[in-house]
Structures are given as C-alpha cells and as structure tokens.
Design a protein around this ligand. Structure first.
Ligand code: BTN
Length: 327
C-alpha cells in the first residue's frame, strides 16, 4: 500500500491527534513526505487540523472518491486487492475487460466518477452523471465452469442489497435476477461479462452502478429510477458504500464458490425478492403471460407457477415485471 493511503487510513482510524514524528517512524518516511501527503489530502477536500506539538487529526471530509479513499475504506483482507480510480471513463466494464486482457490480477476494482458510455444489459446504456453515483467493476478469476458465472450476478445483487440496507437503512429489495429496487424504482443495475476459453473462465467482470447522491432523476428516468438520497433523504459517502458492497460480496461469493451454486444463499435471496410468491408478467420476445413467482432454485433460475404447473425461466431469455408497473 502506498504511503498516502496508509496515512489516510491512520488518520481516519483515529480520533486523536497523530504526531508527524509518529507517522514518520511508522511509515519510514521523511517529515517532508508526510507534510506533502497532508497537503495533498487537504487539496482533495479532507479537513485536517494540525496543532503544534500534537500533530494531525481529520476533522471532517466530504464524499471524496479516489483510489486512496476507497482503499482506506476497505477492510483488511478484502477480496479487493487493487483499486484503480478514474475521474471519467467510457465504461468501467470496458476498462476492466481491457485490464483483464492485459493480465491484471483477480481482485482488481475499477471505479469511475462518471462514464460517457456506461453499459446496461440488453445493449442499453447506463446514465452515469458525475459526482453523484457509484460506477465500479470488479474483476475476478474464479475456477468454475463458465456456465456458472451468471450466478455471480446474483451474488453481487445480494451484496448491494445488504450494503444499502445496512449503511443507508433503506428498504431495498431485488427484482430477479439482479435489479435492486426501492419504492418500485431501480436504484442499482448490475452487468456481468466474461472472457472464456473452451471450458475455463479467463476472467469475469462484475459491473455495478448505484444511484447514490443524485438529488433527482432526469425526466426520462424519473418514473423508473431512484437514488439513495431520494429514498432516504440523506447523502452518503460513496467510499463507505463501495467498501460495504465489497465486504458483503466477499461473504456471499465465498459461499457460492464453496458449492458452485446458490444453495447456501438461495433462501436469503428469496426473502428479499420483491415478487416472491406474487403475480408477475413474464416477457419472452413478443410473448407475454402472467405467472406466480416462486423464487430462485440453486442455479439462480426463477421458478414460476403457470397454469398450475411449475416451470423454470432462465435470465437473459426473458424478463419479468410486476403486474402493476416497473417492478
Ligand atoms: C442494467 O441494469 O442494465 C445494468 C447496468 C450496469 C451499469 C454498471 S455502471 C458500472 C459498470 N460499467 C458499465 O458500463 N456498466 C456497469
């Protein structure tokens, strides 16, 4: 870890003043280097008090996104080993795939403050204004057959949902397979892509877009999308949400890798499925029909009851809607 991230971590983890001398000794750097780092952090928006003979202390800081901020928010032993931050990218998924081609290691997280070509599922775009939301893509190299990779999307959806409930205290739920919704509107979208070779995975990229501090939604999205701020009335530090999503991801991903299916997390998923045991509309191309959603099976397929029979539907082939609107 670089010195800036370590110092930031130290300052964020302490409510007392930390002396320049202590930082020099701990990180084996000169007083000038410490001073430079403190100035850099101040320029980024951290309010750091310095008191003679006492040292430095963080008084407050706004919602800052940088690689040091995100790294210092991650817990020790995090599944994320490298964080690459950009003010703007075309798409964090596209960048992560490029890094995957260049051989970057598993556990790399690409984060951007804005995207000018954000990608959604089914070839759609993903609106990505700057300074408000989370656009991030994590790259992993799981040793599993490619056919099982789509389940990682469900793992990610559970992670986002748990983080939003815990950190932001909002009643978010999941719409199968991986939209996170609040008040019947989408708050997060997930796009998983992968590169394979015959029957092995070279890498998987899990792209997550969460609407966080947007004060409102553009007209074309306001009926179907919402932000954490709109749902909770509060603004949040994006780095805190990112780190919580990754903590939960690690928990659910470990369970998934243990069995290579969703048997250990299926029940929890079904509990937060917004249309569990409810009527939904299944849309397959031109065909539309009503059914009851019975929750997912061990492979993440949605079980439905149609005309008294139980059937499975596979994500990608169909989409589902509640009968009363977006959800
Ligand atoms: C969807 O709901 O259609 C999926 C949206 C996924 C958006 C995220 S934002 C971060 C990552 N980079 C992208 O270009 N897309 C994903």
């Amino acid at each position: 870890m670089d010195v800036k991230t370590r110092i930031l971590e130290e300052l964020k983890g302490n409510s007392r003043y930390i002396s320049g001398q202590e930082l020099c000794e701990k990180y084996n750097v000169s007083r000038t280097s410490i001073w430079k780092v403190i100035n850099q952090l101040r320029q980024e928006g951290y309010q750091i008090d310095s008191a003679q003979n006492r040292g430095y202390k963080i008084i407050s800081y706004p919602d800052i996104l940088s690689s040091s901020e995100i790294k210092s928010a991650l817990k020790p032993g995090s599944i994320i080993e490298e964080v690459l931050y950009f003010d703007q990218l075309d798409s964090t998924n596209t960048r992560a795939k490029l890094l995957g081609e260049q051989g970057c290691s598993s556990g790399t997280l690409v984060v951007a403050d804005s995207q000018n070509n954000g990608k959604g599922r089914r070839g759609k775009g993903f609106d990505s204004p700057k300074g408000e939301s989370i656009y991030m893509t994590a790259l992993f190299k799981p040793d599993i057959p490619p056919i099982k990779a789509s389940m990682i999307t469900i793992v990610a959806a559970m992670a986002v949902n748990s983080a939003l409930v815990e950190i932001c205290n909002i009643p978010s739920k999941i719409k199968w397979p991986n939209d996170i919704v609040v008040d019947n509107k989408k708050i997060c979208g997930i796009l998983t892509e992968m590169s394979t070779d015959t029957d092995i995975i070279n890498y998987v990229v899990v792209g997550i877009g969460i609407n966080v501090n947007n004060p409102n939604m553009p007209d074309e999205l306001k009926d179907v999308a919402v932000s954490v701020r709109m749902a909770s009335g509060k603004k949040y530090r994006r780095s805190t949400i990112i780190s919580s999503v990754m903590d939960y991801f690690q928990i659910y991903y470990d369970k998934f890798l243990k069995t290579q299916d969703l048997s250990l997390i299926k029940d929890e998923y079904n509990k937060i499925l917004i249309h569990y045991n409810k009527e939904i509309e299944v849309i397959r191309g031109q065909e539309k029909y009503k059914a009851i959603s019975l929750g997912i099976d061990n492979d993440g397929e949605l079980l439905i009851e149609k005309d008294g029979n139980c059937e499975k539907i596979i994500s990608g082939e169909v989409s589902v809607r509640g009968v009363y609107g977006y959800v």
